[in-house]
Ligand binder design. Structure first.
Ligand SMILES: Nc1ncnc2c1ncn2[C@@H]1O[C@H](COP(=O)(O)OP(=O)(O)O)[C@@H](O)[C@H]1O
Ligand SMILES: [Mg+2]
Length: 579
């Protein structure tokens, strides 16, 4: 066996596999470099989702010609302060991105230091092919073309320009949230997508997250053990089918860290269905020595010295905010504008003993039952009990469960789960029968959505129309809805569309497979169903029970949970020790 050194081109290609796996990751590296170079303004241009062109221009420090050549060499970086790898505050520091990208694309680097002339270097798949003077304002401009063209193994894994574009947009949003003090523009295929003026974090986040968060978001600002968490999260009721609207930052660096994602999920445990996800933009500030950002080539994972306290801060902070909010909205009977976080006041969840005693008292006060008004109602059964398997409605408990008496026991029905199922089965039956009843909207509704979300809905328009949902594209980032499935009744069309888009994205590939439509139908059904919390009349309850009896698969909700349970007479007797 003889051991050989890998040639540098090969090393670069291997590194490219780790650092740049798709256009969005190359774009991310370029924008990070611009931010590290002190840019106040970053202009991004993409073609075909970055597959044809990625261009990033900044007004940062720029590079002198010698530095430009160095920058394209492996492990050359200007970003190691005092050689200390554990104290880096810049995005970069590995010196891998530019040479890696240059080894798998055609790259043109132009740069100009203030007060000097501009210079240009062109690299074709790792080889310098041209260099010379360039005319540009102070700063740096990098163009990448033909990315992965000569790396079939990589090319194979790339998705359509649309999905690559969606990933690019996501990267830009994350960095733009991380650095709200910097202005950004993004153009795709010649169209302006984003124009972001320098501002502060709350406004930047508000601009980039769902506008609905104005009404359905809660501001977060808390401090513990020298860690600080700020940001905004959605109320549990305002959730998504996908975890794609979760933006997490550690010391202004966008991360997709598992610990943080897990803590966010844990904070919503039992407030939100297992397959639903909150929207969040959360900024964690940690002393530099408490966190290692050098554990992942793309720097999206970090390692905390004390993971438990980070987890504790997130879960504790969010839980507290969510509890307070639900307390408040319960008192008001309606959730009104909790809006964004402010940058001033924070609370200390780990206070002195005296504070702790005071807090316990305060909590006791908070949890003291305000006069309790029972919500259960009962009416005498008028119909003979014996003739119906699910019995006759006797009443409703907690405005959520129907209590019915059957010949052989007591039936409890989850009204939302049951109704959701019925709507789904109705839609299925109608689809199989070839005609789904539609209900035209009096005035077509214009719903604003992310461009990728619009793309997804537009791509599925035919299938959705088959289910009674008529929509069409309305400009780059809006959809026009003309009719909804009649089975839906009155519904929040905006929320339905957002959910559907998330669902479709989750399905992966194109929507041609009719099987997958069931999933979409289920999403529609969920929107059309009687919500938990709605008071039903006895007649309505009985109607629901009767429909359940004749509907196939009505015993399970669309998520596989039971829609009703029965306590048989013998089980009741056991409970009371009579048997
Ligand atoms: N937009 C830019 N403006 C100024 N300098 C840049 C820019 N992009 C890259 N550089 C220089 O090139 C070097 C190499 O960049 P890169 O390969 O991304 O490695 P890293 O960012 O890890 O240092 C950087 O350290 C920086 O000095
Ligand atoms: Mg870099």
């Amino acid at each position: 066996m003889s051991i050989k050194r890998l040639p540098p081109e090969l090393i670069n290609r291997i590194a490219a596999g780790e650092v740049v796996e798709r256009p969005a990751s190359a774009l991310k590296e370029l924008v990070e470099n611009s931010l590290d170079a002190g840019a106040n303004q970053v202009a991004i241009r993409l073609s075909a989702g970055g597959l044809e062109l990625i261009e990033v221009a900044d007004d940062g420090t720029g590079m002198a010609p010698d530095d430009m050549s160095l920058a394209l060499e492996r492990h050359a970086t200007s970003k190691l302060p005092d050689e200390a790898i554990d104290r880096v505050t810049s995005f970069g520091f590995r010196g891998e991105a530019l040479p890696s990208i240059a080894s798998v694309s055609r790259l043109c680097l132009e740069s100009r230091v203030r007060g000097a002339d501009g210079w240009r270097v062109e690299i074709d798949h790792g080889e310098k092919i041209a260099a010379g003077p360039a005319a540009l304002p102070p700063g740096t401009r990098i163009r990448i073309e033909r990315l992965f063209e000569k790396v079939p193994a990589r090319r194979k894994f790339l998705r359509s320009p649309r999905s690559e574009y969606a990933a690019c947009l996501d990267s830009v949003k994350r960095l733009a949230m991380a650095r709200s003090d910097v202005g950004f523009t993004l153009d795709h295929d010649g169209r302006r997508i984003l124009t972001l003026q320098p501002s502060d974090a709350p406004s930047r986040v508000a601009e980039l997250l769902s506008h609905e968060l104005d009404r359905h978001g809660i501001g977060i600002d808390c401090v513990r053990d020298g860690l600080r968490l700020t940001g905004v999260v959605s109320l549990p009721t305002f959730n998504r089918g996908m975890a794609d609207q979760q933006f997490l930052f550690v010391n202004s660096r966008p991360v997709k860290d598992r610990l943080l994602v897990g803590a966010l999920r844990a904070a919503y445990r039992d407030l939100i269905a297992r397959d639903r996800h909150p929207i969040a933009a959360l900024f964690l500030e940690v002393p530099l020595e408490e966190v290692d950002v050098n554990v992942h080539p793309a720097k999206t994972e970090v390692r905390f010295r004390d993971p438990a306290s980070v987890r504790g801060l997130i879960i504790g902070g969010l839980r507290r905010a969510l509890d307070e909010e639900s307390q408040r909205s319960a008192a008001r009977e309606q959730a009104a504008a909790p809006v964004m976080w402010t940058t001033s006041e924070s609370y200390e969840p780990e206070p002195t003993t005296a504070d702790r005693v005071a807090r316990v008292k305060e909590e006791q006060r908070v949890f003291e039952p305000v006069t309790f008004v029972p919500q259960g109602r009962a009416e005498p059964a008028v119909q003979p009990v014996g003739s119906y398997p699910l019995g006759v409605a006797r009443g409703q408990v907690a405005a959520t469960y129907i209590v019915a008496e059957a010949e052989d026991g007591l039936v409890i029905v989850d009204q939302h789960a049951a109704h959701e199922r019925l709507v789904l089965e109705r839609m299925r039956a109608a689809r199989e029968g070839g005609a789904v009843a539609q209900q035209a909207l009096l005035i077509p509704e214009v719903i604003e959505l992310d461009e990728p979300d619009c793309d997804r809905l537009e791509g599925a328009a035919q299938e959705l129309a088959d289910m009674g949902l008529d929509l069409e594209r309305f400009g780059p980032s809006a959809m026009l809805v003309r009719s909804v499935p009649a089975a839906l009744g009155k519904t929040d069309v905006a929320a339905l569309l957002a959910d559907l888009a998330g669902e479709i994205a989750g399905l992966g590939g194109p929507m041609s497979l009719r099987d997958k439509l069931d999933l979409v139908a289920a999403t529609i059904a969920c929107h059309g169903s009687v919500r938990a919390g709605r008071v039903l009349s006895v007649a309505e309850m009985n109607a629901l029970l009767r429909e359940m009896e004749v509907t196939p698969r009505s015993g399970q909700c669309n998520h596989g949970r039971p829609t009703w349970v029965k306590l048989g007479h013998s089980e009741i007797e056991k409970l009371f020790g009579r048997k």
